[in-house]
Each structure stands twice: as C-alpha cells, then as structure tokens.
Design a protein around this ligand. Structure first.
Ligand code: ATP
Ligand code: MG
Length: 313
C-alpha cells in the first residue's frame, strides 16, 4: 500500500500566513492574535518527513488545549498564550462548512508574543541526548550527576536542561543553565526554569494517574511586553511531539533498554535502523505511519480521556 500523501492545511486566503514551522502554520487574526494550526507533518532529528501522520495535528491540538486548561486550573498564576479553540469569524463566515470543520480541530487562537530563543527542556528520567552525554562525561548539560545511572532511570530530581532553538534546517544545541542566562538574561532564565519545573511536576503527576511516565518534555515561552514583561507559556504543550511518554507498567523491566513509548520514538528507531537519521526527503512507510498514529492516539486517549474517537471520524 502506498504511504498516505501529506495534506496541507489551506485557509484559502482568509487569513495571511505569517510563518510555517516544521509542524505548525501561523496565521494573523489581528495584530495581537494568531491562528496556530497544527498540520500532520512530522519531524524527527530536526528533519520533516515527506509524508504525514494522518490526524496528528488534531491529536496535538486536542492535547495542547487539554493541558493549557488543566495547567491553568492547577497553577492559577500561570500565564499561557491560549485564547480559544474556536475559529475566528473571518474563517467561519467565509469558508464552506466542511472546510472550516476540517480546520477547527487543528487550530487554536493564541496571543502573539515575542518568543525566547530557548527550548526549555525538563527531564525527570535520563535518556536520549542526556544519556549520550552522561555516558561520555558523567554530566547532563554540563551538570554532574551521580555515577551508576542506567538509561531510562529516574533522576534524583527533575533537571532543567535548556537548548538553543535552531532555525529551520539547523540543530538545537544543549546548553548549560549559565549559558541560558547569557542567552535570555538571568531574570528571565530563572523564571523560565522555575515555571518549567513547576509545570513538569504537575503534568508528570497527572500523566502517572493514567499509567504514563512523562520522561521528559520541551516547553517554549514568550514575553508579554505589554504586561510587565511577564513570562508566558506558548507553543504546543505536553504532546507526543514534544515529550517522551512511557507506559509505567513496563518501565522497570526495561531499565537499561529502549523503553516502549507513546511518542515519536518508533519513527526515530526506524530512521536509525534504516540509516536515514537526519536525511532529507524520507518517505515513511505505511506500517511506521500506522504504528506512530496508534501511539499518539494512545497518549491522547489516556490523557484527555476522549480525543482519538473524534479525531478520526
Ligand atoms: P520545533 O520547535 O517543534 O522544533 P518548529 O520550531 O519548526 O518546530 P513549529 O512547532 O512547527 O516550529 O511551529 C511553531 C512556531 O511558532 C515555533 O517557531 C514557535 O516558537 C512559534 N510560536 C509558538 N507560540 C507562539 C506565540 N504565541 N507567538 C508567536 N510565535 C509562537
Ligand atoms: Mg515547535
């Protein structure tokens, strides 16, 4: 069977496109508001695949909306960019209902902010690039860790491991907390670290209730220049694109090995096995697409308790 072609989101000129990231397209609603639309594109090792994961943009949006609302209720002082999951009237009034219906579940209206050039990563468990560094030097982002950890082990306490935010085509680089201070200023860096650790704690607890270990995750933050330069949580949050989700019941038996996961790891593994890591123009075979869909659906279903049924009808 031929792999599913990548269907691009088309707003038919109702709003002007400001930017396209690897996964999302950003449209201007007005000077202060964006329509943030998640496509089905998937990237791994910073490269976008030729074909998409059908329904992924819907799943990512459902999870992000769920988390923005959950985090807001658990941390009332938290500021987020989320405004609403409805479409602006410019789209509802001008596009045929079936087109609007297809765009709505992929979209959020958000506040347009200046984004810090920092990926704010929190790790509760050691794996991936952190494990690679630790194996070589006993450190993670320059911070020494106790000896004798194994891949997948829980860290003594969650660790803030920022990275730079590369432009399209580039690669993010892990940096130390001190370098993060140099990049965005000490006050902002400390606030981003504090918020990231607090959000991670709340989210990891919620994930555990549904049998998921939130091994690590990546946040982005912006600054609200009109309201006292407050730090605001932006982008997508706590999705399988930005996080590692492991089933809790098989974690211990897989310590030191590859953990089963409800995220991108299946695709990363396939690319690595095929020698395609970091290569452009890769077409992902249907079997890998379907395996990835199933994992994303499982994460979404468990966490939100509802979404995949509405995503794929
Ligand atoms: P990734 O960050 O996952 O590696 P990417 O940077 O290519 O991928 P996408 O996630 O596809 O980008 O697109 C989202 C883009 O929108 C990011 O550049 C992000 O920094 C930016 N963004 C997120 N929230 C806001 C906001 N409230 N205002 C302005 N830009 C935003
Ligand atoms: Mg992104």
């Amino acid at each position: 069977m031929a792999p599913t072609a990548l269907v691009e989101v088309d707003l038919q000129g109702t709003l002007s496109k400001l930017a396209s990231g690897k996964v999302r397209d950003l449209f201007a609603v007005d000077n202060n508001t964006l329509l943030f639309v998640a496509s089905d594109r998937i990237s791994a090792f910073d490269v976008v695949m030729q074909n998409g994961i059908p329904g992924k943009g819907v799943l990512l949006t459902a999870m992000s909306v769920y988390w923005f609302q959950y985090l807001q209720s658990e941390i009332p002082t938290l500021r987020t960019h989320f405004i609403s999951s409805s479409l602006p009237s410019a789209i509802e009034d001008s596009l045929p209902a079936e087109v609007a219906n297809a765009i709505r579940p992929r979209s959020m209206q958000v506040r347009r902010l200046r984004i810090f050039p920092l990926e704010s990563i929190v790790r509760g468990y050691i794996t991936g690039s952190a494990w690679t560094e630790y194996r070589k030097s006993g450190t993670v982002n320059g911070t020494p860790l106790p000896a004798g950890l194994v891949d997948g082990q829980r860290l003594p306490s969650p660790l803030w491991t920022p990275s730079t935010k590369a432009k399209i085509g580039g690669h993010d680089e892990n940096i130390s907390p001190e370098q993060a201070c140099e990049l965005v200023g000490e006050a902002f860096a400390k606030e981003i670290e504090r918020l990231s650790l607090e959000i991670y704690g709340v989210a990891a607890k919620r994930a555990e209730e549904v049998g998921i270990i939130l091994a690590d995750t990546k946040f982005e933050f912006g600054v609200d220049e009109e309201n006292g330069n407050k730090v605001v949580l932006v982008d997508e949050v706590l999705t399988p694109d930005s996080s590692r989700f492991w089933p809790k019941n098989t974690w211990e038996q897989n310590l030191g090995k590859q953990q089963p996961s409800f995220d991108k790891q299946f695709l990363r593994n396939w690319l690595t096995e095929q020698g395609l890591k970091g290569k452009e123009g890769v077409v992902v075979p249907e079997e890998v697409v379907m395996n990835t869909v199933t994992r994303y659906q499982e994460a979404c279903d468990r966490i939100t308790g509802e979404c995949s049924r509405q995503c794929f009808v």
